[in-house]
Each structure stands twice: as C-alpha cells, then as structure tokens.
Design a protein around this ligand. Structure first.
Ligand SMILES: [Zn+2]
Length: 462
C-alpha cells in the first residue's frame, strides 16, 4: 500500500509545472473586473430589447449575438472562480470572488427571466421563415425547435420572474450540504492496529478502504459514518429542501414527475431511464456473485461493505510518476490513433491539468471548462494504478470536450451526462487492457483485473 498519510503541501508550495494555469482564462484582477463590467453592460443591452426581440428578423439576430457574447463571458467568469476556489478552498479572496459571481449571475438571470415568455408569445411557425431563410439564423433552428417543444411548461413573464427569484433562494440546501460534506467535514482520528492515530479526511478515505488490515478498514469505516450519523438530521433537512425545490418546479411548470422534468431538459424519455434501472436490477445477481468471489479470495471470516474496495491481492507497488503516467496512458490509447493522441497531448501543453493534492484542494477528480477556455482537469494524483486510471478517465472527458468545441458552435457544444461517460470509460478500459497485457506476474494481472471489475461495478452502481 502506498503511504496516504504524507503531509499535504500548501498551495503556494506546489510546483507551477504541476498546476493548471488559470491565467489563460483571466490574467489578473483588472481583467476580472473588466469582464464583470462587460457582463453587466450586455445584460442591460438585453433588458433594453424587452418586448422587441421578435419584432423583426434583425432584432432577433441582434438579440442572439448579444446573448451569446454575454453567456460566453459569464461562463468564463463562473468557471474561473470555481476552479480558482477548488485549488485552495481556504483562500478568502477566491471565496469572495465566488460569491460575487454567484450574485452577478443571479441578477442576470433575474433581469432576463422575461426572455422565454417573450418567445412564447409567438409560435415556432411564426419565426420559422426567418430561421430557414437567413444563414446566421439557420444555425439556431434546432435550438428553437427544442425551446418550443417545451412551450406548455413555460409560464408568463411574471411567473418566470418569481421562479427565478425562488430558485436563487432554493440553492441554499445544496450549498450547505457541500460545505458540511467537504470543507466542514471533520471525521476525527482512526486508531490503527499499531496504536498510532491518523486523521481521516475526505482526501484519504478511499486509501483507508484499501488498507490491507480488515480491522483498520473497519475502524475507518465507523469513524467516517459516525460523522454522518451525528449529522443525520441536518442532512435530512438538506434533502427535504432539495425535494421541496423539485416539487415546486414540477408543480408550477406542470410536469407529471420530477424525473420527466429532468429528462425533458436533455430530450430523453422516462422509458429510457426506466429501462436502464430495470436492467440494472435484472442483472444485480452478477454483482452479488462477484462480491462472493471477492470474499472467497480474501478469505476473511466476514465480508463487509468496508471490504469491497480492498485489492484482492497485496501488491508491492512502485509509485508511478506523473511523466510515466502520461506516457503509459498515451501508449494505452494508441488504438484511438494519431489525431486523438495529439489532442490528448495538447491538454498538457496548455497547462490545463492540476496534478497533486495540497491543503484544502477539492478532493477527487473532475474535468471542467467552457467554450473559451482550455479543457481543465483536476486530479489528486498519488502514483497508484488507480490514479493513472483516473488520469485516463478525466482526460477522456477533456479530449471529448476539445473535440466538441472544435466541431460545434457555442449553441451546441455542450453535452449531457447521459453520453459524457462514454469518452472516459473507453479510455479506462483501454488502459486496463494495456496494463493486463504488460503485467509481469500472475499477481499483478489479478490485481489489475479486479481493479477493472471494480470500476465496471462502480460505473454502474454509483
Ligand atoms: Zn467521468
């Protein structure tokens, strides 16, 4: 097992070459303030268009141009402040920027809550001749077809304004949950078999579950969930708040269920969702059999939830360095061909990857970016097989986004979770095949094979 208890560096102690470069998005405070001003001005320009957007073709074109300009700058600001905050969540300047942008975006959406109602004053057939006869407007046709499909769920200007205002307030349970579950989550210490005590955090929790000693895992598990037990009423209140928000929206927008409301946004029917869930239930026995097999190989008297992540064989792992990891993943992704590999490399060349953990950095790993930024990746890389696999996974998202931005206009470049995981899991799978092919011993092969099966299980059940 690789030591997970190394003392974390402060953000300021990280090597620049291991960190993402966010100055590509916003150079300094001056540029940040300039962009805020631009959003405010563009927002006012849109407000002045109220009641006139569909008067003629030129007005519609002008509205779409200004709206895209405003959204692109707002996206850039929003993602910039969140990425900056995530690299060190204790940084008070980042926190105040985050609050400032949230406030700005609330005001913007409040001021612009009239837009959809204004579109609904007409039917799609009324503006279709414009959309079909003008080169610029042609590219928005699909977007308007999607908007008018939801016509019966879009309300009057006044009601839409109330919804926007209510949503600003409704976000609180979600924010409070995140704060309690991350920055304010203090789990305490775990007493290990040798009598030493280790602080348990969201950052090293997974490593505790991989500890070879069952009693260490058990104590870590109980310490971790004691925190949730102690706060169960608070978490239940957050969940209730979240439920009330969904129920409010479902009711006021006239949807049959919160599920159909969520799926309508991404043009998926509930049937697709139900089919997915019923198939997972249908084949749940495969997972049960798999867990039984793991329990048998582990050969402990009992098999608990905290035993499901421990590697099936103990493997003396040499730490894989950052450069080795990139090289390994590149080799593994060779079946995706030259052009893909160039795009993969370009993510590193644009300094878009934040590699190592530091104090107060966001845990886990993710990819994020916008139309006018590089495809950023946050990692907490620790040199294990799993960390290399995470790198392959997140880079899958990053390369997918790069392709999407290069091949779509702003209006259509984003994609939904329903398709997002394809790009990342294909990469993980190719990496597992590569590791298996290049494993030197039977033990190593077993380790990798079970790691792969655990990932398949996690992708389906979590
Ligand atoms: Zn993913």
């Amino acid at each position: 097992m690789i030591d997970c208890m190394e003392k974390l560096k402060k953000r300021s102690e990280q090597n620049k070459s291991d960190c993402w470069d966010l100055t590509v998005m916003i150079k300094n405070q001056d540029e940040y303030e300039k962009k805020i001003q631009e959003v405010k001005e563009l927002n006012q320009e849109i407000v002045r268009m109220k009641g006139k957007i569909l008067d003629n073709k030129e007005n519609l074109k002008n509205f779409l141009k200004v709206s895209e300009k405003e959204t692109r700058i707002a996206d850039l600001l929003y993602i910039y402040v969140y990425l900056k905050f995530d690299e060190d969540t204790s940084n008070s300047k980042s926190l105040s920027h985050k609050l400032e942008i949230e406030q700005l975006l609330n005001t913007v959406s409040d001021n612009e809550s009239f837009i959809n109602s204004e579109f609904m004053q007409k039917d799609l057939k009324d503006i279709l001749p414009w959309l079909e006869s003008d080169e610029f407007l042609k590219s928005y046709k699909l977007s308007f077809e999607r908007l008018y499909r939801k016509k019966k769920h879009i309300l009057s200007e006044k009601e839409e304004k109330i919804i926007t205002k209510a949503l600003n307030a409704f976000g609180t349970p979600d924010e409070a949950f995140t704060a309690l579950d991350t920055t304010n989550a203090f789990f305490g210490k775990v007493i290990l078999d040798d009598g030493t005590k280790e602080v348990l955090t969201q950052y090293n929790w997974q490593m505790f579950l991989e500890n070879p000693s069952q009693s260490n895992r058990r104590r870590a598990f109980h310490t971790f969930y004691k925190f949730y037990e102690q706060h169960k009423n608070t978490f239940a209140a957050f969940l209730k708040g979240n439920y009330q928000e969904l129920e409010f929206l479902r009711d006021i927008r006239g949807y049959e269920s919160a599920l159909s409301m969520a799926l309508d946004r991404i043009c998926v029917t509930p049937k697709v969702y139900d089919n997915l869930i019923s198939n997972v239930h249908k084949y749940i026995n495969i997972n049960i059999e798999y867990q039984k097999l793991k329990a048998k190989v582990l050969n402990n008297k009992e098999y608990h939830l905290y035993d499901t992540y421990v590697p099936i064989v103990e493997l003396e792992q040499k730490k894989i360095t950052k450069d080795e990891a990139i090289k390994i993943v590149k080799e593994a992704l060779k079946p995706l061909k030259e052009e893909y590999l160039k795009k993969f490399q370009s993510i590193f060349d644009s300094h878009a990857v934040d590699f190592y953990s530091n104090e107060y950095k966001h845990n886990g790993a993710y990819h994020w970016g916008c139309y006018d930024s590089p495809s950023y990746v946050l990692l907490n890389f620790n040199g294990t097989y799993d960390a290399v696999s995470t790198l392959a996974h997140e880079l899958g998202h990053a390369v997918h986004s790069t392709y999407s931005k290069e091949n779509n206009s702003f209006e259509y470049y984003s994609y939904d979770t329903f398709v997002a995981e394809i790009a990342s899991t294909v990469n993980e799978t190719l990496l597992s095949f590569y590791f298996l092919k290049n494993a030197h011993t039977k033990k190593e092969k077993m380790y990798i094979f079970f790691l792969f099966l655990d990932k398949v299980k996690d992708n389906i059940y979590s």
